[in-house]
Design a protein around this ligand. Sequence first.
Ligand SMILES: Nc1ncnc2c1ncn2[C@@H]1O[C@H](COP(=O)(O)OP(=O)(O)O)[C@@H](O)[C@H]1O
Ligand SMILES: [Mg+2]
Length: 510
Amino acid sequence: MDNKVAAVTMRNITKRFGPVLANDRVWLDIYRGEILALLGENGSGKTTLMNMLSGIYFPDEGEIAIDGKPVVIRSPRDAFELGIGMIHQHFKLVDVLSAAENIVLGLPGKLDLKAAAQKIRAICDAYGFEVDPEQKIYDMSVSQKQTVEIVKVLYRGADILILDEPTAVLTPQETDKLFAVLRNMRDDGKAVVIITHKMHEVEALSDRVAILRHGQFIGDMPTKNTNAQEMTNMMVGHAVTLNIDRPEPEDPRPRIEVKDLTVRDVEGTVKLDSVSFTAYTGEILGIAGISGCGQKELLEAIAGLQPVEAGSISYINDDGSREELLGKDPLAIKDMGVALSFVPEDRLGMGLVGNMDLGKNMMLRSYRSGKGVFINRRAPYKLAREMVDFLEIATPSVETPVRRLSGGNVQKVLVGREISNAPTVLLTAYATRGLDINSSYLIYDTINTQKMRGVAVLYVGEDLDVLLELADRILVLCGGKVSGIVPGRGAKKRDVGLMMTKLGGNAHEQ
Ligand SMILES: Nc1ncnc2c1ncn2[C@@H]1O[C@H](COP(=O)(O)OP(=O)(O)O)[C@@H](O)[C@H]1O
Ligand SMILES: [Mg+2]
């Protein structure tokens, strides 16, 4: 590789956003015929660095060369002309247009959809994609939309491809398919850069890794010469423990019993279809399923935030007496000890007050618990300080307004607040959405702490590997139905993945 000219050479690249030094004199080479994994914690500057290749940002300092020739990239069009294409985290497709229309959108020249469709099919055949050129975007799954984005950059002749956290929204099967395509591209001599927080993906896919920390280039090496532990340590800057504990549940007792729960959305579509299961104290029940298969509705129904068509949800007290949750007010359910933490794609729209400091935001939550913390003003600040220490929240102090923190840190405050406040039942969804590996492990620890305190945890997450390590049992949803419930210990990823896409397995409790 040493005597090969790099497809992309970045030298001394610096980028500032006001006071934030997003990239600090970064050197990076990208080669053809290679898949490079770009790694780093949240906010370490990965997206910013790649956005300077795709023409979204312009560096304050430094040089970029393509195939050894100095270039100036001032717009996405410049990038395309140099053969650089980037698949962003948020897709930029027009919903009402077809795949082919989106793919040719903005290209100069006369629009010939028939010729376009032909070229799209040729690209699909060459790399193993499945795209129907006529299909409208609004009719597509997330994975299909992503495929359209990839075909779009290939259509424009890209041979340097950058994918920013492409697997965050995919099922394991879809991820496997994507990886097969990326390997084909590499073997075809293209340069591929992938940003991901998932270590097993880095190990399975990449030829080389490059690591950023606080905007600086820390190092690069062939993937086969390193491992998850070393990469994480380099990202974080100190040694990190990478084990998710799974203590045996102690004295599990039924806490929530869901029976024949059926939920329809406002359009009348069935979102949950006769769902039954029991959640136990001191247990983590993982909920697996592709996005939109009813996880959200399930947690919201338990929390009293979702109209229910049929069925029952019983809360079972320590003395065995039962209370029906259906029909109760959400605040009444919260006061019974049921906490809901749902991290939406837009993390700031989730119940933090930006102008308030950390301590006051803690108070906001604990106030409702009715334990009189309002009288003791020190308690929320103590809680905030504990949270800052334990979750390694980067903030000057607990008196800092929340809006001054970065996205990942805001999320840690929020998830930390909800999780550590769960008295008896914790309903948590996408707690680590978009968080880096170190932060994610701290969140898993927090959830385990709650489990060991006897909290019944319902955990919805996108990362199947984590679910398989963390959950005591896994309930698999498929199209609103329970596809099966399997023990977490010994469960196989393939099997759970299959149950997610097709009703199968044994739909009984184990
Ligand atoms: N458009 C922007 N305006 C201000 N700050 C930004 C902008 N984009 C990124 N940043 C900041 O730059 C740093 C690097 O961000 P980013 O490149 O998105 O990191 P990563 O992709 O590694 O998570 C972060 O501190 C982030 O808050
Ligand atoms: Mg990013």
